[in-house]
Design a protein around this ligand. Structure first.
Ligand code: ATP
Length: 319
């Protein structure tokens, strides 16, 4: 549905986005995660056609943003990082204006504004001027304008930024609901946000795509933590091999603790059973045998550690 190829963008000499490519399928909710300044907003501005890339392309269903920006912009909804700027306008006037920009008119425009107001629970603020609204309500106005015209692609830049816990919960429920009809890409630097909402995560690090991972796959454990009295467990388990699902055994810092990496297609339960049986048969006591949980946090840490290693290597090479 969305096809992003080798997207790059500089501000002066500084490369904010560097060769980013990914595809997003229909109905996916994808989280763009990264530290402050990683390049998320710059990517989202290019996806929505508000900023031209220096190189690379953005295509929706094969149509290029560079060739048909107006056509594509009418099919997408964009919640920018900064909230609606027309503070003097009432919510009703602003949504009317935003709907016109999307090419809506007549009864269709009225129906769409009504739908957006209901979805964002804004009906009682219809005649309020935007600058008098709380941050959470302003954010809802931003989302309401983004969903006008039932966009097939929704681009949300930090949708829960500045919201209180109740508003955050409501906003997440709203996004999930919208995603039943549309593809959603949202940026955040909050890992829980991605965990709560997304099917897939793209981690941006210094303008580059460092990780593109399906969250279900990430959660699926593919390693086991073992603690045993058998300090020679490595040798004992060394008799097991790939046919038992075992890829590699890594001793940990403490004696008797091991990390066992399984083959990609290994069955966790049968591999655990084989490990337990083998150790006990060799006279070892088993204190702990548990799947290792891989999560976003460890992935995020890994990205930063890899980048530190690369920096150290570069410095070593330069010396
Ligand atoms: N208009 C601009 N002129 C110069 N530099 C810019 C401009 N916009 C962004 N940058 C720089 O580009 C880099 C990426 O910025 P961007 O806003 O895309 O990051 P981000 O991941 O969205 O950050 P945050 O999480 O803080 O919103 C940053 O170093 C930022 O200072």
């Amino acid at each position: 549905m969305l096809e992003v190829t080798h997207l790059s963008r500089c501000y002066g000499d500084f490369k904010a986005v560097d060769g980013v490519s990914f595809n997003i399928g229909k109905g996916e909710i994808v989280g763009l995660l990264g530290h402050n300044g990683a390049g998320k907003t710059t990517i989202m501005k290019m996806l929505s056609g508000y900023l031209e890339p220096d190189t690379g392309s953005v295509k929706i269903d094969g149509i290029s943003m560079a060739d048909k920006p107006k056509t594509l912009q009418r099919q997408l909804g964009y919640l920018p990082e900064n909230l609606p700027v027309y503070g003097e306008m009432t919510v009703a006037d602003y949504l009317d204006y935003a709907a016109s920009l999307k090419g809506l008119d007549g009864q269709e425009k009225i129906d769409e504004i009504r739908r957006a107001l209901t979805a964002t629970e804004l009906a009682d603020k219809l005649h309020a001027r935007i600058h008098t609204l709380s941050r959470g309500y302003k954010q809802r106005v931003g989302v309401a304008q983004a969903i006008l015209g039932r966009p097939r692609l929704l681009i949300l830049d930090e949708p829960t930024n500045g919201l209180d816990p109740t508003q955050t919960r409501q906003m997440r429920a709203l996004i999930k609901d919208i995603a039943r009809e549309a593809t959603v890409i949202l940026s955040t630097h909050i890992m829980q946000e991605v965990e709560a909402l997304c099917d897939r995560v793209l981690i941006i690090h210094r303008g580059r795509l460092a990780v593109d991972e399906n969250l279900d796959q990430l959660r699926r454990a593919n390693s086991i933590l073992l603690e045993t009295s058998a300090t020679d467990a490595r040798e004992v388990l060394g008799r097991l091999g790939k046919e038992d699902g075992i890829e590699r055994i890594e001793p940990q810092k403490s004696a008797g603790q091991f990390r066992i990496l399984l083959n990609e297609d290994a069955n966790l339960r049968s591999a655990s059973a084989v490990i337990a049986r083998t150790l006990i048969a060799a006279g070892g006591e088993l204190y702990r045998l548990q799947p290792e949980q891989r999560d976003l946090e460890s992935l995020f840490r890994q990205v930063n550690e890899n980048s530190k290693d690369e920096k150290t290597e570069a410095l070593d090479n330069a010396a």
